[in-house]
Design a protein around this ligand. Structure first.
Ligand SMILES: [Mg+2]
Length: 410
């Protein structure tokens, strides 16, 4: 019977109940067989360490797909990495499973929504194939710091033909290689309203819009001590700007975990997958599985708090009513209104978080007394660093979620 699929419409109520417990993909719309939840998997420290797959990831993935290799629930891979195209990240994971690039979310992925800047001339800062990344995201006229540096001697009154278009936006993708050059030229662009050949102007505040991806202060590589991340570069830029002008550098949008924008976009991708598979049951719960308390747990809990608050205050329209046109909240209101009821944080022990270390899980007090490594614009709340669940690895995370959701594949 099971091999015919769930032909539950032809059976009695009791038989349908029994069958729908076993059959996950009922062609007759038996809602009990459809997922009402989705996964947001972090990559580094959860699925791979460096280039090596974590063994539990293979076991977890076997449970997540049907014999045809299709996912049984919506899954998105959310990484704060940003120095490559998502296609490349999907290929890196292909030894685990055939993953489509539509399932991979990099820290810069939400920039796809900022269509109002796509036609404009934007200065891009970071490393890796920056122009390819920017163009893949939809930007038609990206200019790198290197290009600006090369063209700058021409930015005088002599050669107007070779003057680049006025820069209207700065996009910070990731930490660059020569910080002093990037810091200098970004400050030049901000203080001249996009005409870096001109003298600094008084009228340059509020400055050009700045969009920034990946706020991680530090990251862990092969070295014993953590390395400077893009968050450290941003600290430098913010402080130089403040020192010179006396004013705060303001961001049009911050993206990458733990920002809400990233989770909203991830939820949008989850819902798009469900729609594509004709899973009509609404996705109620998002499970965010990660290894970093300050990034994955904080971000998931922050988004959960947002979902709870917005469903209380705006049961239908979950976004702030006063979102100004063109701002990040308004863009999301337009295209990506959230619909999930909750976002649950699941911490694994295969990456940054080590349950055996002296300071296993930073307690509320210990973090409050120490220093907060989050971004300037994120207020610290100790309640946000406590995971809903701690499990040994991603395989245990999948088992736990299937159990919580009473979901029995195959
Ligand atoms: Mg990680």
């Amino acid at each position: 019977l099971l091999s015919w699929g769930c032909v539950c419409s032809g059976f009695t109520e009791r038989t349908r109940e029994i069958l729908s417990d076993h059959c996950r993909l009922c062609p007759f719309g038996c809602a009990a067989g459809l997922p009402s939840f989705g996964f947001l998997f972090d990559i580094d420290g959860v699925l791979v360490r460096g280039r090596t797959p974590i063994p539990a990831a293979r076991a977890a993935f076997r449970k997540l797909v049907n014999p045809q290799g299709q996912f049984l629930v919506p899954v998105v891979f959310v990484t704060n990495a940003g120095d490559c195209l998502r296609q490349k990240k999907a290929e890196q994971l292909s030894h685990l499973l055939g993953i489509s690039q539509d399932q991979v979310m990099m820290s810069h992925s939400p920039l796809r929504m900022f269509k109002r800047y796509h036609e404009k001339c934007v200065l891009v800062s970071g490393q890796g194939p920056l122009l390819d990344i920017a163009q893949d995201l939809g930007f038609c006229q990206p200019i790198t710091i290197d290009t600006l540096r090369e063209k700058r001697p021409l930015l005088d009154a002599v050669d107007h033909d070779r003057r680049p278009n006025v820069l209207v936006t700065v996009v910070l993708f990731g930490e660059p290689v020569r910080w002093e050059t990037s810091l200098q030229l970004i400050i030049d662009v901000l203080l001249t309203s996009g005409y870096p050949g001109n003298p600094y102007g008084q009228e340059s505040y509020p400055h050009l819009p700045v969009l920034a991806c990946n706020m991680d202060l530090m990251w862990v590589a092969e070295a014993q001590s953590p390395r400077f991340g893009h968050g450290t570069f941003m600290v430098c830029l913010e402080n130089i700007y403040k020192k010179i002008t006396g004013k705060d550098l303001k961001y049009e949008a911050l993206m990458g975990k733990p920002s809400r924008l990233t989770y909203q976009y991830a939820e949008h991708l989850i819902r798009a997958q469900a729609l594509q598979r004709s899973w009509e049951q609404p996705i109620q719960t998002l499970y965010a599985v990660g290894d970093n308390v300050m990034t994955d747990v904080y971000g998931a809990n922050l988004y959960n708090r947002y979902l709870q608050e917005s469903s209380r205050s705006h049961p239908r329209a979950r976004l702030p009513a006063k979102a100004a046109a063109g701002t990040a909240p308004a863009l999301l209101a337009q295209h990506h209104q959230p619909a999930a009821a909750r976002c649950s944080s699941v911490l694994v022990c295969t990456g940054v978080y080590d349950p055996h270390s002296e300071v296993a899980l930073p307690s509320r007090d210990s973090i409050a007394q120490n220093v907060f490594h989050g971004h300037r614009d994120f207020s610290f709340d100790p309640a946000l660093v406590e995971p809903d669940h701690i499990v040994p690895d991603v395989d245990a995370a999948v088992d736990l979620v299937f159990q919580l959701e009473n979901f029995a594949p195959h």
